[in-house]
Structure formats: C-alpha cells, structure tokens
Design a protein around this ligand. Structure first.
Ligand code: ZN
Length: 145
C-alpha cells in the first residue's frame, strides 16, 4: 500500500554533501527547495523510484539542527507516499500511532506531509506524504491573487 517516496538525511552542509551524494548516486540534485516552516533547505536526488532528500538547517532552532546536535548527521526520516493523507492520518491514529500534527502541512516537493513520532515507530521518524493535487494548487493560487 505504501511506497517509499524518499529518505531524508540530515547534513551539516549541502555545499559539502551535494557533491558527495552526486558522486555516490552518479547524478546531480534535481532541485533545491527551502521549507520555511521547518527551517531547512532541501536538496533532492532521484535514486531509482525513490528520492534522497538532504536536509540542512537554516537556523539553530530548526529540528534538523537539533537532530544533528543530538545524534550527528545521518538518516533523519523515511517518507511514504499515500493516496489520501487525511484518511491515513485517521487510520494511523486509530492504530495508536502518535502523530506530530493534527493537520497536514506543506512540505518540500509539492507535498502535503504529516510526521509520526519516533516513539511510535521503533525510534524512526516516519513521514507520510501526498502529492498536492493540481486542482488544490490552482485554488491556492487563486486565493493568493
Ligand atoms: Zn521528507
């Protein structure tokens, strides 16, 4: 049902890690994107059907800065693509998982995202994500105008 959409890796410096992962995957990142809400700049690589998302903190209070302070660089989260994020959030709640948010938020790469507390999943931060349908994007842009 779920497919792995991407693996998030916390890094201290995209300037250093972009070339490293470019050599590793033999491909350049296909985009960089800042997510203000999470205090990160992300760098995306395609790796087969999944992606690698490198995450660099933009300020010391960013969850990524705190993660690196505690654990050092490394795998930060695993993201699974779902078809209906609200339905999955409801299902996971009923299954006893502790969600970190009540409503989906807007993540990088045109996605709705929701995180599940690592306490609920053997110490692994899990993200579920859903590609924002184009119709909703149109509505949003409409409101912005
Ligand atoms: Zn992610």
């Amino acid at each position: 049902m779920y497919t792995v959409e991407h693996i998030g890796i916390a890094v201290k410096s995209l300037e250093q890690s972009d070339p490293l992962f470019s050599r590793l995957l033999d491909a350049s990142p296909y985009k960089h994107e800042e997510v203000l809400e999470q205090g990160v700049i992300t760098s995306f690589f395609q790796a087969g059907q999944a992606k690698i998302e490198l995450l660099e903190a933009t300020h010391p209070d960013s969850p990524i800065a705190k993660f690196i302070d505690r654990k050092g660089e490394g795998i930060h989260h695993i993201a699974f693509e779902v078809k209906d994020i609200r339905a999955e959030m409801q299902r996971l709640k009923e299954e006893g998982f502790q969600l970190l948010q009540e409503e989906p938020s807007i993540g990088a790469d045109n996605k709705w995202v929701c995180f599940i507390h690592p306490r609920s999943a053997n110490g692994v931060l899990i993200e579920i994500c859903q590609t924002i349908p184009e119709t909703e994007l149109t509505v949003k842009h409409g409101l912005d105008l």
